[in-house]
Structures are given as structure tokens and as C-alpha cells.
Design a binder for this molecule. Structure first.
Ligand SMILES: C[S@@+](CC[C@H](N)C(=O)[O-])C[C@H]1O[C@@H](n2cnc3c(N)ncnc32)[C@H](O)[C@@H]1O
Length: 291
């Protein structure tokens, strides 16, 4: 079977996909299930709960594109994947390069900014980990926040995707990336370069990136803050739990782990202790050690 990239898969002519009504409610659902099952069996790609819609959509688009190119039905394409481990890996790699943006979940950043000094005294040099940092926006947001707060700090961003880490190190983004960043930060911390936005040296100097598969190892702490957001959905239940607990063990005394709001319950069910910082913002701490 010939392969296609997801970017071309996005542009396919949906009407010509054989053997599936792509707009109907059942459009390729079984084929998507087969592909996701293979992704889990062969590469441990799993969702710790219901598979998010965008994951199913991307897999569906891939299958549709292959179907269009090969003349096979989507179900036949999915069955072919059983013999084509490399194609399954291609799907998994693409799914793991996730979506991110600067100042994502604004309420969380506002709370961190407001309560920073109360949580971590001003003279402490802060160590921050962005675990599953994708293309770097989360790590740089933290860098801007801490620079604005006049803190001494280091931020380490890690991700298993080499491509994502390369983009993060480049620190250059489309203008629209500035959309959610507080305007004063854009003014102070970003440079305009050929119509694009580059995070300035003042922030870049304290932020570094490293390729790292969290399932294999987690970076050594201690960290005052760990951002572990929107990564659980890429991991099987068991792997997700292991990674979360290992990360929690790398927290400094009094350190906090931040997840996406939708992940708090799951992390609590693993034994992490909640610390409610605001009505909509809860941080997590390692399980209490029993005496
Ligand atoms: C949706 S992005 C989240 C980015 C950022 N944390 C945020 O919330 O905006 C998920 C990232 O997790 C990374 N990832 C998935 N599995 C991983 C693993 N086992 N080790 C390290 N990173 C992983 C993906 O490559 C992807 O860049």
C-alpha cells in the first residue's frame, strides 16, 4: 500500500472515497476502530478514556485518503494496516504531535501569576518542566510569565517528537500565535521576523528543550512546577498512571503539577492530592506519605 502524509490527507476529495458514505453517521467508524486498536497494540498509543474526536477525525482522514488512492474501501485499507506496521507507526507519530498554543487555558496562567509569590518565595530560583511540550508554546508562556514576574528560573520542555522539539528550539511562530498572549508580553518578549513572531533572547535564554519519551524516562527534578497537560490522552491507562506518578515524584517539596482541567479527576483517581487555587483551577501534589 502506498503511503500518504496527513497534510495531503486533509485535502482529499471526500466524495470519491469508495465503499463508505463519509458523511453518514457510520462513516468508516469500524475502520477507525481497527486502526486505533492496532495503534494501541503495536505502539502503546491509547486514550485513557473515550478517544477524543479529533484523534478519530485524523485517523479517518488518513483512511479516506488511502482509500481514495488505492481504490480499496476504508475497511479494506484498515485491514491492510495489519500487515503494515510502518503505516501504523506513521499514524501514531502524527497523532502524537499534538495541538498546543501560547497561553492555553488563560485562567490557569492568571492564577499561577497571581499566586506565584505565595506558592514559591521570591528568592527561590524556580525549576519548571513542561512534560509533553509539543512545539514549545507552553514552555515559552511559562518563560514569559516568570520573566515578567522578575523571577530567576529554568524551564525545560520535553517531548517524544523530534520534529516538535526542533520547532520549539527555533522559537518562531505565525503571527496568529500571539492571539492569546497578553499584549504587554508580546511587546516585551517577542521579536518580529519576516512577518513571523520569534520569542526573544531574554526568555529563550532560560528555556531549553530535549527529546524524551516520558514512558521510558522522566527528567530528573526536583521541579517546583510541572506542566503535564493534554498528554494523558496519548498514553494507555497503565502508561499514563506510571508517567504521572513518576513526574509527581520529581516535584520539589511544595511543588505543584498542573494538568488540563479535564484531566484533574483522572490524576486524583491515581492518588495525586488536589490543591484548589481558584474555582476553576486545581493543581496536584504527590500522594501524602503515610507515616
Ligand atoms: C496535545 S500536545 C500538548 C502540548 C501542551 N502540553 C499543551 O497542553 O498545549 C501533546 C504532546 O504530548 C507529546 N507526547 C505524547 N506522548 C508522549 C510521550 N510518551 N513522551 C513525551 N511526549 C509525549 C506529543 O508529542 C505532543 O506534542
Amino acid at each position: 500500500m502506498r503511503r500518504a502524509s496527513f497534510s495531503t490527507a486533509n485535502t482529499i476529495c471526500m466524495a470519491r472515497v469508495k465503499g463508505s458514505s463519509v458523511s453518514g453517521p457510520d462513516s468508516g467508524d469500524r475502520a477507525v476502530d481497527v486502526a486505533l486498536r492496532l495503534a494501541e497494540e503495536l505502539f502503546g498509543f491509547g486514550s485513557s478514556g473515550a478517544t477524543p474526536g479529533w484523534v478519530r477525525d485524523r485517523v479517518r482522514r488518513y483512511l479516506e485518503h488511502q482509500s481514495y488512492k488505492s481504490g480499496l474501501s476504508m475497511n479494506e485499507v484498515a485491514r491492510e494496516l495489519i500487515k503494515d506496521k510502518a503505516a501504523v507507526e506513521q499514524i501514531v507519530t502524527s497523532l502524537r504531535v499534538g495541538e498546543t498554543r501560547f497561553y492555553r487555558d488563560g485562567a490557569q496562567w492568571e492564577v499561577i501569576e497571581r499566586q506565584l509569590e505565595k506558592l514559591f518565595p521570591a528568592d527561590v530560583e524556580l525549576a519548571v518542566l513542561s512534560a509533553g511540550c509539543s512545539t514549545g508554546e507552553e514552555a515559552y508562556t511559562m518563560g514569559m510569565l516568570l520573566t515578567a514576574a522578575r523571577r530567576r528560573f529554568r524551564v525545560l520542555g520535553v517531548d517524544r517528537s523530534a520534529e516538535a522539539i526542533a520547532v520549539a528550539r527555533e522559537a518562531t511562530y505565525g503571527r496568529e500565535a500571539a492571539r492569546d498572549i497578553p499584549p504587554a508580553w508580546v511587546e516585551r518578549f517577542c521579536d518580529e521576523q519576516n512577518g513571523r513572531l520569534r520569542v526573544g533572547l531574554l526568555v529563550r535564554n532560560s528555556v531549553e528543550f530535549e527529546e524524551c519519551d516520558l514512558v521510558k524516562r522522566v527528567p530528573q527534578g526536583p521541579f517546583h512546577i510541572i506542566l503535564f497537560k493534554n498528554v494523558l490522552l496519548y498514553l494507555t491507562t497503565q502508561a499514563g498512571e506510571q508517567v504521572a506518578m513518576r513526574l509527581a515524584n520529581e516535584l520539589e517539596d511544595g511543588g505543584l503539577l498542573f494538568s488540563a482541567a479535564s484531566e484533574v479527576l483522572r490524576l486524583r483517581s491515581m492518588g495525586l492530592e488536589p490543591l484548589r487555587l481558584a474555582p476553576t483551577v486545581t493543581a496536584l501534589r504527590p500522594p501524602k506519605r503515610r507515616a
